[in-house]
Structures are given as structure tokens and as C-alpha cells.
Ligand binder design. Structure first.
Ligand code: NAP
Length: 251
């Protein structure tokens, strides 16, 4: 088990990619806390499943866009565990629409949830990682941040922003034994993509080199690797995991 003795926090860990990350980290031996926003049932069922499999897990309701809550919960985890080794910034939402019709509310909800949260959680966790001279930060961005999508100006702005943030922070903290990387998923089968999958799954699959949609575990396996000691020399990178969706295509 590559993460035995490590402690981890995954934001938005109750469903989708975050849920798979929680499992992947726990299976490698880490103690894992995760946040969720509103779906208590999904969070509680995950904790039960993890406990049944003999993993230690904590679920915390915390809107990722709430900076004060980020400080409170990161501090409480560090008090409980005496350290926080791994931070996975995964919480994210979409509020798609053409810019001409995009309300300021839909712009700000996405910026606050997807991008400001990265600042809140990294800022809250970094001091303790610096003291420990060790840490792993993994931010979940998206291929949309690099290639764009019509209807996603808000979302792509946050994901491109996350990748820039990742490179800068990696520079700042590398000499303290901390690595900071982004993972940019392509098209992953989760609740977030349910509507578009229902409308166009066959068409989308044809554009993917490996001819299948991604599964949350395709991302989570890479998260567990980047969180491990094996990835100590990888930092400031944006790892695209899209089954070849963006290879040589218009995207
Ligand atoms: P998802 O299936 O919609 O799950 C989102 C998770 O985040 C849930 O656990 C949800 O909790 C939590 N969450 C949502 N808003 C939150 C908030 N304000 N505060 C805290 N937690 C919140 O999404 P997903 O597809 O797994 O996406 C996860 C990440 O991957 C996102 O950052 C997304 O942008 C990125 N991504 C996804 C894809 C894809 O194809 N799915 C592609 C590229 C990037 P509740 O259940 O309580 O709401």
C-alpha cells in the first residue's frame, strides 16, 4: 500500500470522480476525509461502504466556495491527524450557457466553486505542508480549460485558471518537498455529464481514440499515483487523461 500512514482530503468526494479518488486513496492505505455540498445520502453511503471495507473515512458538509469553512475544516483535520499529506481539489460544477445569455450569478457560481475554492483549500493547507516539508496537491481541471467548448466560458476560465495556479504554486513550494499537479480529464461518465451522454454518447465516443468514455477510476488511479512517493519528481504538470479525445482533433 503506497499511501499507508498518509492523510488526505478530497473536496467534492461524495460522487463521481471525487468518490473514486476517495476509494483509490483509501485502498492505498490513506486515511481520507471528503467534503460534499448537499447530497447527504451519497456522502453517508460512501462512508458506510468505506467502513465496511475497513477504511477510516470522514464526510464533511462544506460548500467549496466558502473560504471560512475551508480554513475551519482543514484546521480541524490537521488537529485530528496532526498533518495533512494529500489535498485533492476536485469539487466543481457547470452552469453552461452562451456568454450572451449567461447571468452574472452563473458566472460567479462557477468561479467561486471551481476556482476560488482552489485558493481557499491550498491556502488553508499549505502552511502545515511547508512545516512538514512534504505534501501532495492535485487539482482537477479539465481539457475544456485548454481547448474550450462553446457554452463554457465560465467553466473553461476556471479550469485554465487552475492549471496556471498549479504551475505557480508548484514553483513556490517545490523546494519544501511539496508537489502540485493538475489532472485534466476528458469526457468522464459521471452525473455531471449525464445530460450530454444521454443526448450524444455515440457521437462523443467516436471522437475518443480508445473508443470509450472515461470512468471515474481512470482519473482516480492517476490521483493515487501523483499522491505517492513514486511521483516525487513530477510537479507543475497538467496531466491530460482523455483516452485520446483531444489528439489531433479540432478539440
Ligand atoms: P459530479 O458527478 O457532479 O460530482 C460532483 C461532486 O462535487 C459531488 O460530490 C458534489 O457533492 C461535489 N460538489 C459539487 N458542488 C460542490 C460545492 N459547492 N462544494 C463542495 N462539493 C461540491 O462531478 P464530476 O464529474 O465527478 O466532476 C468532478 C470534477 O472533475 C469537477 O471539478 C469537474 O469540473 C471535473 N471534470 C469532470 C469531467 C467529466 O467529464 N465528468 C471532465 C473534466 C473535468 P453533492 O453531491 O453534495 O453536490
Amino acid at each position: 500500500m503506497k499511501l499507508a500512514g498518509k492523510t488526505a482530503l478530497v473536496t467534492g468526494g461524495s460522487r463521481g470522480i471525487g468518490r473514486a479518488c476517495v476509494w483509490a486513496l483509501a485502498k492505498e492505505g490513506a486515511k481520507v476525509a471528503f467534503t460534499y455540498n448537499s447530497n447527504v445520502e451519497a456522502a453517508e453511503s460512501l462512508v458506510k461502504e468505506l467502513e465496511l471495507d475497513q477504511h477510516e473515512a470522514v464526510a464533511i458538509q462544506a460548500n467549496a466556495a466558502d473560504g471560512a469553512k475551508a480554513v475551519e475544516l482543514v484546521d480541524s483535520l490537521i488537529e485530528k491527524w496532526e498533518k495533512l499529506d494529500i489535498l485533492v481539489n476536485n469539487a466543481g460544477i457547470i452552469r453552461d450557457g452562451l456568454l450572451m445569455q449567461m447571468s452574472e450569478e452563473n458566472w460567479l457560481d462557477v468561479i467561486n466553486t471551481n476556482l476560488n475554492s482552489i485558493y481557499y483549500y491550498c491556502h488553508a493547507a499549505i502552511r502545515s505542508m511547508i512545516s512538514a516539508r512534504s505534501g501532495r496537491i492535485i487539482n482537477i481541471s479539465s481539457v475544456a480549460g485548454r481547448y474550450g467548448n462553446p457554452g463554457q466560458t465560465n467553466y473553461a476560465a476556471t479550469k485554465g485558471g487552475i492549471d496556471g495556479f498549479t504551475r505557480c504554486l508548484a514553483y513556490e513550494v517545490g523546494r519544501r518537498g511539496i508537489t502540485v499537479n493538475s489532472i485534466a480529464p476528458g469526457f468522464i461518465a459521471t452525473d455531471m455529464t449525464e445530460a450530454i451522454r444521454n443526448a450524444a454518447e455515440k457521437e462523443i465516443t467516436k471522437q475518443i481514440a480508445v473508443r470509450r468514455l472515461g470512468q471515474p477510476e481512470d482519473i482516480a488511479n492517476a490521483v493515487a499515483f501523483l499522491a505517492s512517493d513514486d511521483a516525487a519528481y513530477i510537479t507543475g504538470q497538467v496531466l491530460t487523461i482523455d483516452g485520446g479525445l483531444t489528439l489531433g482533433s479540432g478539440m
